[in-house]
Design a protein around this ligand. Structure first.
Ligand SMILES: Nc1ncnc2c1ncn2[C@@H]1O[C@H](COP(=O)(O)OP(=O)(O)OP(=O)(O)O)[C@@H](O)[C@H]1O
Length: 241
């Protein structure tokens, strides 16, 4: 732990079993899934985040709101250690954000564009994701659950936007990382797809996964991630009600 921040971070230890898989190798757990302290981020000439401080107890669900361009995706990328803050510090399950490898092992980010490999099939994308995390799971069942069994052997580049979103949700559900960040999970989905997204994310939440859901549909997102925060002017504001 860096000098100067001792005592600022809650500590804890334990083991995490990957829910939904047959792989029970322990991962660290911690009373706080996310801890951010005065995070600033500049991208080019623009300062996107201007002092974001956040504590998310493990297992809590957070809905992240904010208008287009507010910085939701950027904040999710910081949390996934994909972008290094210009200033400030953060921890994911006790791991310093600068320890990208440790953070990426316990976190999954579902990007807004689904973040799939276009030249792999649906089944290959899921299998590859499991292998990357050293986890096991039932790829066929995951594809069936999201209604993509017939698309299992089609390359992702030939799937529709909604089908890709379903596949990305299936991957997030299969991986069930202790901290799961989802960027606009309801976009591009039909009514049944939105219900499915709620079901899969609700399932993760019920298993103790800490969810952060960036969305423009608070009425949906808060069903699975009740605490709502809004990014305004690069800072987080509490949303009442
Ligand atoms: N690579 C980049 N370089 C420079 N600026 C960027 C970069 N990526 C994003 N931005 C800027 O950061 C700001 C926040 O973008 P971000 O995608 O985080 O917003 P958002 O809240 O997710 O928006 P939306 O609701 O439209 O998805 C925007 O002004 C955007 O132009």
């Amino acid at each position: 732990m860096a000098e100067g921040v001792k005592g600022q971070w809650a500590v804890g230890s334990g083991a995490w079993e990957r829910p939904g898989t047959t792989d029970h190798s322990p991962l660290p757990t911690h009373p706080h899934a996310l801890q951010l302290r005065d995070i600033w981020l500049r991208l080019g000439r623009e300062v996107i985040l201007r002092g974001v401080t956040l504590d998310v107890p493990t297992g809590e669900g957070v809905t992240l709101l904010g208008e287009n361009g507010a910085g939701k995706t950027t904040l999710l990328r910081v949390l996934a250690s994909g972008l290094r803050p210009t200033r400030g510090e953060g921890r994911v399950l006790g791991f310093d954000l600068r320890d990208g490898r440790a953070v990426r092992d316990c976190i999954h980010l579902m990007p807004v564009d689904a973040g799939l490999y276009p030249d792999l099939t649906g089944a290959e994308n899921l299998t590859f994701a499991l292998e990357m995390h050293g986890a096991r799971g039932d790829v066929g069942a995951a594809l069936r659950r999201v209604g993509l069994e017939r698309a299992a052997n089609r390359r992702v580049r030939f799937l529709s936007a909604g089908m890709r979103k379903r596949l990305a949700l299936a991957r997030a559900h299969l991986l069930a990382r202790p901290v799961t960040l989802v960027d606009e999970p309801f976009a591009n989905l039909d009514d049944a797809g939105r219900a499915l997204a709620l079901e899969l994310l609700g399932d993760l939440s019920a298993r103790g996964v800490t969810l952060v859901v960036a969305a423009h549909e608070p009425h949906l997102a808060r069903q699975v991630a009740p605490r709502a925060l809004r990014l305004v002017g690069g800072k987080l504001e509490k949303v009442d009600g």
